[in-house]
Each structure stands twice: as C-alpha cells, then as structure tokens.
Design a protein around this ligand. Structure first.
Ligand code: SF4
Length: 414
C-alpha cells in the first residue's frame, strides 16, 4: 500500500481462538479470563464455551464464504497459522481440541505445514494431555513459565513451581510437538538482575526453540475505557488492583532496561537472535502467527475479547463471557446464533501507514528506508541519538538502545 491508497479488506491468513479459562486468576492478568468453578469442575462453563465457539467459527466462516469464496479459492487462502490462546487452553480436553481443529480445517482450510500453537501453563493439572493435544494437530506450544524462581512465582500468584516448567518442556518434546516456546517476565516484584540471570540460565538449559520476555505491565483497563459493554477487557478485581499498586511501586525502569539488555545478550550468545522486540528464536522457530500481526496481514479471531483485522478494519468481541455466549448459544436451543457484541474501527490510509511503521520497527528486519521519509524529523532525531541503524537491503532498524527507548521514538512518529 502506498500513502493515499484506501486499505482494502482481504481474507484471513491466520486465526486466533481465545479460551477464557484458568484455574485461578493471577493478580497482574489483563487477559479475558474466568477462573475457579467457572473454569474447572462440575459447574464449569467449558462445554457451553465449546458450543459457542463452534457457532462463532461457523458464523465467521459463512461471512468469509460470502465475501471471498470458500476456503482454497483464489481470494481465500487456507490458513497459514492457528493460535489457541487464553487463558489456559491446555485445560481443554484433547478430543475437544481435535474437534475444534477439524472444524477449522473444514471451514477455513489449513495449509500444509500450518503452524498450530497452543498456550499452556506448566503445572501438572494445567498442562493437559500433551500427547493427545499433539495428535489433535498442535505443532507448537507456548509455555507460560514467567520465572524460574520459586519466590518470584509465589509473588506473581502463579500456581506452578520451576520444576513444572522442565516437566512441561519434556512432556511437549515426548509428545512430538515440533516447536517449544517459553514465556518469561521481568521487572516483577522481588526480582534482581542476579535472579533474572538465573531464570534465563535455567530457561536456556531446557533447550527451548523460542523465548519471549516481556516486562510486567500493570495497566488499568478501566481507566483506559476498555471495560464497558463493548470493551475488550474485564474490570480488575479489587484485590488485584491493590496488588498492582504495591507491585508498581517496586518496579524500576533502570533495572528493567538492565534486564532487557541481559536477556538480549544471553539469548543472542546462545543461538537465539532477536526477531521482535520481546521475542528471540532459534532459526526456523519464529512465531509465524505473531509475525502475521506484526506484518499487518489479515487474521480472524473468535472467543470473548478476541480481535480480528482484515487489512481495512479492526474488529473485536466484547469481553464479558455471558454476553458472548448469549449471542451464540440459546439455552432453549430455538434461536439462531448471531454475531457476538463488540466494536469495530476503520483504518484510513494515514493510520495504516503509521501502524505499519510501528509494527515494522518492532521487527529485527526493520522497515524499508523509503517508509521513514514521511517522518523524517523523528528518524533524524532517532539517528542522532543512536536509536536506529541501517539494516541489510535498504532498510532501517532499531539498535539495542532504540529497542530500549522505542516508546520515545514511537511517540514522535504519531
Ligand atoms: S495463567 Fe495467564 S491467562 Fe491465566 S490468569 Fe494467570 S496470567 Fe492470566
């Protein structure tokens, strides 16, 4: 797209499925999650969820059939990736996952060699039947380790122990899951650069294929206006709000920058070059699904709070589980499913161009040199302060300093 062209809608090349169940709620969590009896046990809402997500998949596929033709037609490529995220999707029974992926294959098409990722928590009662999930078609697993320090895991309200992470990685390997990722958090309560180094060493010793490392963010979705009836977030419970206030007071920008630099140096030296601001991978193990987001390619999404993008418009489902389910499954069975509540935002050419710059700069490959011309002042400032450098093939990319100060550059690009 060049400046001035109106963005045109296109069929998705990726699909996100949001599974909103966790055994318990972590106090820093901003994802759309229900926990406790709604998630596990005889009163769980998982079977209603599965009926609703099947109904939404059919509605979304019907709309794509009408707009672009059936899966595999010229304007409707088979999906390159599916990402089952949450929540704790590894809680789903393997049979349910197989049925979900069968439906996706039939209604959306799944390209040969498609990447199918499952998010999993490492605890023994959370990581699920990894062999069954692999047989169902999962090819990649993203394990929410967060830390490999017992005290930090307790401080974060996590239920697992460091040894569970090792067991989950080993279980995924035994199950034949081809690509294993570990998620870590830094700038967490009680963390020091020494304990972060130990976490990174322990994570690397497990031999993952991919590592994500994110700074703990403690935003307030309510204050940002994201929690209304059409909002894509749930309100933060009072206890979690208090926890966040205390945790925020213990965060430290300089220590976080040190943690990022440490992670980058250790991962790079161990054969995991960075490919996105918060992601490092062995060659061939970059997250193809997340690259779809960063490259602004079109993706579909189902589940409460899920976001989709068709190249011209962003759409989202509202977060509340009840409203999402009420639209898709009727208790008495007699009412046809309708699209769940939510919102949408059209993107004009200028917004699309700015988004492409932001997202492209997150990637190690950077952006084409001519893409920065429209923001020459911001990029001249960034060059003067050592935030950007020339990359191969007439491209511009962030330096390590630029990655640490990317928000300052992004604020000047807007
Ligand atoms: S396990 Fe993950 S998704 Fe579930 S509550 Fe904790 S942070 Fe949120």
């Amino acid at each position: 797209m060049t400046t001035g062209d109106a963005p045109a809608p296109a069929a998705p090349v990726a699909l996100y499925v949001h599974v909103p169940f966790c055994r318990s709620l972590c106090p820093y969590c901003d994802f759309v999650v229900v926990a406790g009896a709604a998630a596990v046990g005889p009163r769980s809402r998982v079977s209603s969820y599965l009926r609703a997500v099947a109904a939404e998949l059919d509605l979304r596929a019907d709309a794509l059939d009408t707009a672009f033709g059936g899966p595999g037609s010229d304007a409707r490529p088979a999906l390159e990736t599916v990402y089952v995220g949450g929540g704790t999707p590894s809680l789903l029974p393997a049979g349910a996952m197989a049925a979900l992926l069968d439906q996706i294959r039939a209604r959306f098409g799944l390209a040969p060699g498609a990447e199918v990722t499952l998010e999993a928590n490492p605890g023994p009662d959370d990581r699920g039947d990894l062999a069954g999930l692999a047989r169902a078609g999962i090819t990649r697993i993203s394990i929410g380790a967060q830390s490999l320090q017992p005290a930090e895991l307790r401080a974060l309200g996590r239920r697992h122990r460091p040894a569970d992470v090792a067991d989950a990685v080993a279980g995924a390997r035994e199950a034949g899951i081809a690509s294993v990722s570990i998620d870590l958090l830094y700038d967490v309560p009680g963390q020091t650069l020494a304990s972060w180094t130990e976490t990174l060493e322990a994570a690397l010793a497990l031999g993952p294929d991919h590592v994500s490392a994110y700074a703990l963010t403690l935003d307030d979705p309510e204050a940002e206006g994201l929690t209304g009836p059409s909002g894509d977030h749930l309100p933060t419970p009072p206890g979690a709000r208090r926890w966040r206030e205390a945790a925020r007071a213990a965060q430290d920008e300089d220590r976080a920058a040190g943690a990022y630099g440490l992670a980058d140096a250790m991962l790079e030296a161990s054969g995991y070059p960075w490919y996105e601001l918060s992601n490092w991978a062995r060659p061939g193990h970059q997250s193809r699904h997340n690259l779809v987001y960063w490259e602004r390619r079109p993706y579909a999404a189902v589940g409460p709070g899920a976001h989709s993008f068709d190249g011209a418009m962003r759409q989202w489902n509202a977060a509340p589980l009840d409203a999402w389910m009420a639209a898709l499954v009727s208790a008495s069975g007699g009412i046809a499913p309708t699209m769940p509540p939510g919102g949408a935002e059209s993107l004009d050419a200028a917004t699309a161009e700015t988004e492409a710059l932001f997202l492209g700069l997150r990637l190690a490959r950077g952006v084409p040199r001519n893409a920065v011309l429209s923001r020459i002042d911001a990029f001249a400032w960034a060059a003067e302060h050592g935030l950007i450098e020339d990359g191969p093939g007439e491209r511009v990319r962030l330096t390590l300093r630029g990655r640490l100060l990317s928000n300052e550059l992004f604020a000047r690009i807007v």
